[in-house]
Design a protein around this ligand. Structure first.
Ligand SMILES: CC(C)(COP(=O)(O)OP(=O)(O)OC[C@H]1O[C@@H](n2cnc3c(N)ncnc32)[C@H](O)[C@@H]1OP(=O)(O)O)[C@@H](O)C(=O)NCCC(=O)NCCS
Length: 312
């Protein structure tokens, strides 16, 4: 019992915030940001634009791409940690926005920057159990909500956006979500977390050290588990948190630079939306092609980490 990818879509808010825009409002420079992170710009949602707005826009595009309506879906899972409303789940609100007329399950997963891998993990389990025919996975974040404008070390790192993938049940185990692994370690909670007043608290250098170890570890584990090597993988889409982390992880794994899909320069770190936004970018621009195997390792607050193997 497996799956196949039948649709994708993404949404980026209109407003682009460049490094030069940050230079005007805080003590930072384009040079510092590019050198330390590889980021050049990020999209910020409008003040009244919500996670549900972005998630619904990405979902609508994925449905259009798959030539389906929301009533053709059996389950919606949203990876997010930035919803403005504590409840109900973003997934349920998306059903309302898209005009679903039939009842179906919808829920959110909170895995921070690893959130989309957690969503893929759930979907794989549901397909394996034969419980759902079509599952829509959405990653949607408004990280700009959490920016502490007095903290230059975190303010420049994040962006907003959403992406969605639709998978359909398949009898082949060689397509769609091939394999997933997810992990967490609550002992490292203080390294990176949200504060009571909704700001990002992060020990940057410690987070960096963990990321360059755990991302390749998750990727190695899943390749071994699936019985493949870097040669069998067409694209690696690491969580887009920092270009140096991406390159160091990929090099440790033996991936040549041309197999690494990078969008951190354009989107910055969009947390749970990062990988699905990068995947959509790769598909939109003809980089990723039908039949190719994509490896997506991620790492984030929790600590959480994991990886997914998806055949397009
Ligand atoms: C945040 C990060 C880019 C900082 O880079 P770094 O090389 O570790 O830099 P440091 O934190 O050691 O700071 C170095 C200096 O730059 C300064 N600095 C921090 N942010 C700055 C900014 N936006 N502009 C200019 N200078 C800045 C610091 O104040 C410090 O100055 P000092 O030496 O005078 O004290 C890096 O630690 C990182 O990417 N960490 C991982 C973050 C991450 O991936 N988070 C999400 C995980 S999902």
């Amino acid at each position: 019992m497996g799956s196949r990818l039948i649709g994708y879509g993404s949404y980026l808010p209109e407003k682009v915030m460049t490094n030069q825009d940050f230079e005007k409002i805080m003590d930072t420079s384009d040079e510092w940001i590019v050198q330390r992170t590889g980021m050049r710009q990020r999209h910020f949602a409008a003040e009244n634009e919500t996670v549900v707005d972005m998630a619904s826009a990405a979902a609508a595009r994925a449905l259009e791409n798959a030539k389906l309506t929301i009533d053709d879906i059996d389950l919606v899972i949203v990876a997010t940690t930035s919803s403005e409303l504590d409840f109900p789940a973003v997934g349920v609100q998306v059903l309302g926005r898209l005009g679903a007329t039939k009842n179906m399950p919808a829920f959110d997963v909170s895995g921070a920057c690893t959130g989309f891998i957690y969503a893929l993990h759930c979907a794989r389990a549901f397909f394996t159990a034969g419980m759902h025919r079509r599952i829509m996975l959405i990653g949607a974040e408004k990280m700009s909500r959490f920016i502490d404008w007095t903290d230059r070390s975190t303010a420049v790192l994040f962006g907003d956006g959403a992406g969605a993938l639709i998978f359909e049940h398949s009898t082949s185990s060689y397509s769609g979500i091939i394999d997933t692994v997810v992990m967490s370690d609550g002992r490292e909670f203080e390294m990176l977390h949200g504060s009571m007043d909704h700001h990002i608290i992060m020990n940057g250098p410690e987070t960096y050290k963990k990321a360059v170890t755990l991302i390749p570890a998750a990727a190695s584990y899943i390749m071994e588990h699936a019985g493949i090597t870097a040669d069998n993988v067409d694209w690696i889409i690491p969580h887009q948190a920092n270009l140096r982390i991406i390159q160091s992880g990929a090099q440790r794994l033996g991936f040549p630079l041309e197999k690494i899909l990078v969008t951190v320069d354009k989107h910055a770190n969009t947390s749970g939306a990062s990988g699905v936004l990068a995947l959509s970018y790769g598909l939109d621009n003809g980089l990723i092609k039908k039949g190719q195997l994509v490896l997506y390792p991620a790492f984030g607050s929790g600590l959480t980490w994991g990886a997914a193997l998806v055949r397009i």
